[in-house]
Design a protein around this ligand. Structure first.
Ligand SMILES: *Cc1c(COP(=O)(O)O)cnc(C)c1O
Length: 356
């Protein structure tokens, strides 16, 4: 079996050990004579897994006891509307527009009141993270996107504001240390750093949850998930099972500090290749805001990009084409992508440059 060098932006690379384990126990989970996806979500076997997954996440991210952990379906995109539906409690909500996902989140909030840009990086094609914000009176919360998957920029420090802070961490959760207490609500779709698509992890401060709008349909309320331990209805059992395995893997790797260290080294290998290419490759993000997860770049000779992506593909590198909306090139080096894969891509980039 030859595994690809997987630089997909999402769904993306999952640790081989995790895939192997899932394969091994797929037909018979814990001597039950059935797979995890064939058993009741009310069974004691599943319940143990459910609780352990939350405990592991709490431990790895050092989530304080006054925060709930929820599993919700509908992807990051449903969180755009859920955050607004629950927490648009005043006339306005603030958004920092750092790119496509931030803008989509803001568009959903506009259904519930005046969603405005507290800051934007649109003036320079989202190659940086704004550091000053304009928060208007009657603002319910500030929403940010910690890592901009498409443009390859990442908040290095988070806004300090006197309104609740909501953060979409879909593409950098568990990739670096963060202080959970700096946030009122964090959400992240699983398919970048955690497991398969189909579940979102929500970490929410209990005091903040208590302020949520209650006059909402059942499945739109965070309270429904919090009050029922995310078991009001059938949870996405297989996704949570895979997250459980990924969290165990992360723990074995040495936890978040170790993985962060690794992620810095991985991204540096590729950024160095870009920076030492005599202008052949041009990084999209300003250096101070570079993402460790999504490395975005262009070729100075635009016409070569298609050829570069094709040759990379032929050499076994998957997913190095940029997002369909912005083009260019992008290497997503999530937690599960190995340093060897990054080195191999860097070597390929050097060789390609020398051939041109
Ligand atoms: C991928 C992504 C999303 C969208 O997630 P879906 O699960 O496809 O709805 C939202 N925000 C960010 C930052 C992402 O990277």
């Amino acid at each position: 079996m030859k595994r690809a060098y997987n630089f997909n932006a999402g769904p993306s690379c999952i640790p081989l050990d995790v895939l192997r384990e899932a394969q091994q126990e797929f037909l018979d989970f814990k001597n039950t004579g059935m797979s995890i996806i064939e058993m009741s979500h009310r069974s004691s076997e599943y319940n143990t897994l459910h609780q352990e997954t939350k405990d592991l996440l709490r431990k790895l991210m050092e989530i304080p006891a006054n925060y709930d952990i929820l599993f919700i379906q509908g992807g990051g995109s449903t969180q755009f509307l859920m955050t607004a539906a629950n927490f648009f409690t005043k006339s306005r909500a603030a958004y920092i527009n750092t790119g496509v996902w931030a803008k989509k989140a803001m568009a959903e909030a506009n259904f519930f009141g005046e969603a405005y840009e507290a800051a934007s990086s649109a003036d320079r094609n989202h190659c940086y993270i704004p550091e000053t914000y304009n928060i208007k009176p009657n603002t319910s919360y500030l929403h940010i996107t910690s890592n901009n998957t498409i443009y390859g920029t990442e908040f290095q420090k988070f806004p300090q504001v006197n309104v609740p802070l909501i953060c979409d961490m879909s593409s950098d959760i568990l990739s670096r240390r963060i202080n959970v207490a700096d946030f009122d609500l964090i959400y992240a779709g699983a398919q970048k750093n955690l497991g398969p698509a189909g579940v979102v992890i929500v970490v929410i401060k209990k005091d903040f949850l208590a302020t949520a709008n209650q006059n909402l349909p059942t499945m739109m309320k965070y309270r429904t998930f919090a009050d029922n331990d995310s078991l009001y209805n059938t949870p996405p059992v297989f996704c949570i099972y895979m997250i459980n395995k990924t969290l165990h893997w992360l723990e074995k790797m040495g936890g978040i500090s170790a993985i962060e260290h690794n992620n810095i080294a991985k991204s540096q290998i590729i950024y160095n290749t870009i920076d030492n290419s005599d202008g052949f490759y041009i990084g999209h993000s300003e250096k101070a805001y570079r993402s460790k997860m999504n490395i975005t770049f262009n070729l100075a000779e635009k016409e070569l990009e298609k050829d570069f992506i094709n040759k990379a593909k032929a050499a076994g590198f998957v997913g190095v084409g940029g997002h369909r909306l912005v083009g260019g090139c992008r290497a997503s080096a999530y937690n599960a992508v190995s340093i060897e894969s990054c080195q191999a891509l860097a070597n390929f980039m050097d060789e390609y440059r020398k051939l041109c």
